[in-house]
Write a protein that binds this ligand. Structure first.
Ligand SMILES: Nc1ncnc2c1ncn2[C@@H]1O[C@H](COP(=O)(O)OP(=O)(O)OP(=O)(O)O)[C@@H](O)[C@H]1O
Ligand SMILES: [Mg+2]
Length: 274
């Protein structure tokens, strides 16, 4: 077997008698954008959380660049967590803190306790934080409290905080589930651009089929903890989608669709307006 970038091997998580993730096996050979779909309870969040060690796995392995990251402890584990930054549906910002400080928190695990305690950030980091915010089109909001921003802007702050860690992988758990279609598009375009321009791998749990199809190079479908589909958007036919979401369910394209399509996205993500 060749050296894969990321190899998830028979990864399993059980909660009591419930198997949340059942022997998930995924190989990623090069940086790409991957969407994970499946109905509620399929195991999507648990899979992502095991990847960056927020949740301990029950069995199996995650090997990144030849290293078993499920075995890492202490500082090495924290370094891995910086390498695979996570963003969440609810942004997880500190609401009353200003935007740039929220972004700078992405460097916290690399700084001394004393510096963290006094909120002392190196000037170079501050400049970098502003540059990242600028790249995401929200530099003008840097001094504002995070809570004063719209949901889409807050999610871009969360992406900026993730980028501050210079991660190799960005894990996104339903990054657009709380956003309106316009902001959903801006956030997905930003993630796509980060993948294309920086060569970072993006793995996103997505609650809608059309977003996965539109933005991802590869789509993984989960059902009852198992991976039941792994292929290109073209291979993800309506029949396959019906299997992923469950044949019994009242599956419809509409039920798993946002309105991003209506916003007329071009084949390439549009530049983010300044
Ligand atoms: N901390 C926990 N303790 C016990 N069971 C859990 C825990 N976290 C998840 N589960 C169970 O594991 C299974 C998978 O949950 P998970 O949150 O990974 O699904 P999901 O695909 O992300 O669903 P959703 O689309 O609703 O976010 C579910 O049966 C869930 O109840
Ligand atoms: Mg989830």
């Amino acid at each position: 077997m060749g050296a894969a970038l990321l190899r998830i091997d028979e990864l399993t998580k059980t909660f009591g008698k419930n198997t949340a993730v059942d022997r998930a096996t995924i190989q990623v050979d090069r940086p790409m954008m991957i969407g994970i779909i499946g109905r509620s309870g399929a195991g999507k969040s648990t899979l992502l959380r095991m990847l960056n060690r927020l949740t301990d796995h029950t069995s199996g392995q995650v090997v990144f660049e030849g290293r078993d990251v499920t075995a890492l402890k202490g500082a090495e584990k924290r370094a891995w967590q910086a390498d695979c930054a996570m963003i969440f549906q609810q942004f997880n910002l500190v609401p009353r803190m200003d935007v740039v400080s929220n972004v700078l928190h992405g460097t916290l695990n690399k700084r001394s306790t004393l510096a963290s305690l006094f909120n002392l950030f190196p000037e170079a980091d501050i400049h970098r934080a502003i540059d990242i915010l600028d790249r995401l089109g929200i530099a003008e909001h840097a001094p504002k409290r995070a809570e004063a921003l719209s949901g889409g802007q807050q999610q871009r702050v969360a992406i900026a905080r993730a980028l501050m860690q210079d991660p190799k992988i960005i894990l996104a758990d339903e990054p657009i589930a709380s956003l309106d279609p316009m902001n959903a598009q801006i956030v997905m375009d930003a993630l796509r651009r980060i993948h294309e321009e920086d060569g970072r791998t993006v793995i996103a749990n997505l609650h809608t089929l059309d977003t996965a199809r539109r933005y991802c190079d590869r789509v993984i479908g989960m059902l009852h903890g198992r991976i039941v589909f792994d292929g290109t958007p073209e291979q993800l036919t309506t029949g396959v989608a019906r299997d992923i979401y469950g044949a019994d369910a009242s599956f419809s394209e509409e039920a798993t669709s946002t309105e991003i399509g209506a916003l007329n996205r071009t084949t390439r993500p549009a530049p983010i307006p300044a």
